[in-house]
Design a protein around this ligand. Structure first.
Ligand SMILES: NC(=O)c1ccc[n+]([C@@H]2O[C@H](COP(=O)([O-])OP(=O)(O)OC[C@H]3O[C@@H](n4cnc5c(N)ncnc54)[C@H](OP(=O)(O)O)[C@@H]3O)[C@@H](O)[C@H]2O)c1
Length: 256
């Protein structure tokens, strides 16, 4: 069976790690990103692998750009499709100081982009009588984060979109799930984050480790695989135990 994985945000971070792992498994991969320069660098890096991939400059928030991508996807022979929506952006700041552009950018890319990509690829999956979609949400979409209300709202929407859409397509053999990473060592988290804040994240995470993009990619590949055949509409935190914690401090007594 020839599987084609379409991975957005694939020139960087989690998306790049996901694309590499699909290639390692011998699947065909389309690496989608808006950053052509970085895509070219990734292309050179992967050239030595097996030539079973294609890089595509697409803005996932732009319907015309996605239409061009969809035409290209249709030209590639595949029996099964996997879509991984990693493209995303983060804009922090207090709500009363935000500009509407902060809202628009995050909802256009994180939510609309995920929706448009799902809308584009689902017909191919229906035709193929099966497929799998994994959206990359965030622990920020599960609970609140200080100084990031709009990002949190956009990721909460991705979790809800995943759950509701999963119900409608399960009977058609299409599974839709999402992963929710905590802080992960990618340009999105690392660039501009101070040493103090990085340390604070490490202190807050029960395993005291900033996640690696490859660890998130492993969770994505599992959800996309036949090993997760009975898992649908699930949101899998990849967070070093963060969401297991209710935020209360450690108890220091044994009897109360
Ligand atoms: N890193 C974390 O701590 C963390 C935690 C939880 C969730 N996440 C989520 O994980 C996903 C991947 O993030 P990452 O950490 O791997 O970040 P990253 O390294 O910045 O990668 C994101 C990629 O998506 C691309 N992109 C942004 N907008 C796009 C658009 N409209 N069309 C196509 N591509 C676009 C980015 O290009 P540009 O560089 O041009 O923007 C970048 O190449 C995101 O959805 C993010 O919200 C990340």
């Amino acid at each position: 069976m020839e599987q084609l994985a379409i991975v957005t945000g694939a020139s960087s971070g989690i998306g790049k790690a996901v694309a590499k792992k699909f290639l390692q498994l011998g699947h065909k991969v389309i690496l989608v990103d808006r950053n052509l320069e970085r895509l070219r660098t990734v292309e050179e890096e992967l050239e030595a692998w097996n030539g079973r991939f294609m890089c595509n400059e697409t803005d996932v928030s732009d319907i015309k750009s996605i239409d061009v991508l969809t035409d290209q996807i249709k030209r590639i022979k595949a029996d099964r499709y996997v879509l991984v929506n990693c493209a995303g952006v983060f804009r922090g700041g207090l709500l009363h100081e935000s500009v509407t552009e902060d809202y628009e950018i995050q909802f256009n890319i994180n939510v609309r982009g995920t929706y448009l990509m799902m809308k584009a690829v689902l017909p191919l999956m229906l035709e193929a009588h099966g497929g799998s979609i994994v959206n990359v949400a965030s622990v920020s979409g599960m609970r609140g984060d200080y100084n990031a209300p709009l990002y949190c709202a956009s990721k909460g929407a991705v979790v809800s979109l995943t759950r509701a859409a999963a119900l409608d397509y399960m009977e058609k053999g299409i599974r839709i799930n999402c992963v929710s990473p905590s802080a992960t060592a990618t340009p999105m988290f690392l660039s501009g984050t101070s040493r103090n804040v990085m340390q604070a994240f490490q202190d807050a995470l029960p395993d005291h480790k900033i996640g690696l993009p490859e660890q998130v990619a492993d969770a994505v590949l599992f959800l996309a695989s036949p090993q997760a055949e009975h898992i649908c509409g699930h949101n899998l935190p990849v967070d070093g135990g963060l969401t297991a914690w209710n935020g209360q401090p450690r108890q220091d007594k044994n009897v109360g």
